[in-house]
Design a binder for this molecule. Structure first.
Ligand SMILES: Cc1cc2nc3c(=O)[nH]c(=O)nc-3n(C[C@H](O)[C@H](O)[C@H](O)COP(=O)(O)O)c2cc1C
Length: 199
C-alpha cells in the first residue's frame, strides 16, 4: 500500500520525531511504499495565498507533489503535538493548501458549497498520533478534545476516509524513558494493525 506520513514538528530530537521514526520503520518493514514529509525540514510554506485560493493549480512544486501523493495514498498518517488545541501552524497550512477542493473533496454540481461534500481521497484509513501535556480528564472536560473533532470529523470524514484511529500520548512533560518506550511500542502496534504486513 502507498502510505503518506506527514510530520508537523520543528525539533529533530522531539518525541514527535521519535514517533515518526517508528511509524516509518514499521511501514517499511511491512513492505509498504511510504511518502514521508517532515514539513519543517522540507520548508513547506503554509500560507495559502489569494492567487492559489482562486485557481485550480499551484505555482509551488512542493504543493503539486503533495497533491499527487495524497491523491494516490491508500493510507495517511499524521504526527503532531497539541499546540493550543490545534495542529501547529505549518500543518494547518498543509491542510489549507493540500487537502483542498478538487483534491480531497468536492461538492455536487448543483451545490453552492454549503451542502454535503463528496470525499475524494482514495485513502481508506487514517491514523493521527498526537502528544500533549494535559491530562485526559481535563482535555475532555475542559477543552472538549478539539483535535478529535478537527481530524475525525472536519478533515477525514469530510474527505471520505472511513477508518480513523487517533491516539494522544500524554503527558509528555515528566514522562520516563520507560513510558516513552512503551508508547513507541504502541505506535508500532497501531501502525501494524492498520497497515499489516504485505504478503
Ligand atoms: C506553542 C505551544 C502550544 C502548546 N499548547 C498546548 C495545549 O494546548 N495543550 C497541551 O496539552 N499542550 C500544549 N503544548 C505542549 C505540547 O503539546 C508538548 O510540549 C508536546 O506535545 C511535547 O511533545 P514533543 O516533545 O515532541 O514536543 C504546547 C506547546 C507549545 C510549544
Amino acid at each position: 500500500m502507498k502510505v503518506s506520513v506527514i510530520l508537523g514538528h520543528p525539533y529533530e530530537k522531539s518525541f514527535n520525531h521519535a514517533i515518526a521514526n517508528v511509524v516509518m520503520e514499521a511501514l517499511l518493514t511491512s513492505g509498504h511504499e511510504v511518502h514521508f514529509h517532515d514539513l519543517h525540514k522540507e520548508g513547506f510554506d503554509p500560507l495559502l495565498r489569494g492567487e492559489e485560493l482562486v485557481a485550480d493549480r499551484s505555482e509551488d512544486p512542493l504543493v503539486r507533489t503533495h497533491w499527487a501523493e495524497i491523491r494516490e495514498a491508500d493510507g495517511i498518517i499524521i504526527v503532531h503535538p497539541n499546540w493550543w488545541g490545534q495542529p501547529p501552524a505549518i500543518l494547518k497550512g498543509w491542510l489549507d493548501r493540500v487537502l483542498r477542493e478538487g483534491v480531497a473533496y468536492m461538492f455536487p454540481d448543483d451545490d453552492d458549497g454549503s451542502g454535503l461534500p463528496i470525499g475524494l481521497l482514495k485513502a481508506k484509513a487514517a491514523i493521527v498520533l498526537n502528544t500533549s501535556n494535559t491530562p485526559e480528564e481535563r482535555e475532555n472536560n475542559v477543552f472538549g478534545d478539539p483535535l478529535e473533532r478537527i481530524w475525525k470529523d472536519c478533515v477525514f470524514d469530510f474527505c471520505g476516509v472511513t477508518t480513523f484511529h487517533r491516539r494522544m500520548f500524554r503527558t509528555i512533560a515528566g514522562s520516563s524513558s520507560e513510558e516513552r518506550e512503551e508508547w513507541l511500542d504502541e505506535v508500532r502496534d497501531i501502525v501494524n494493525d492498520t497497515f499489516p504486513q504485505l504478503s
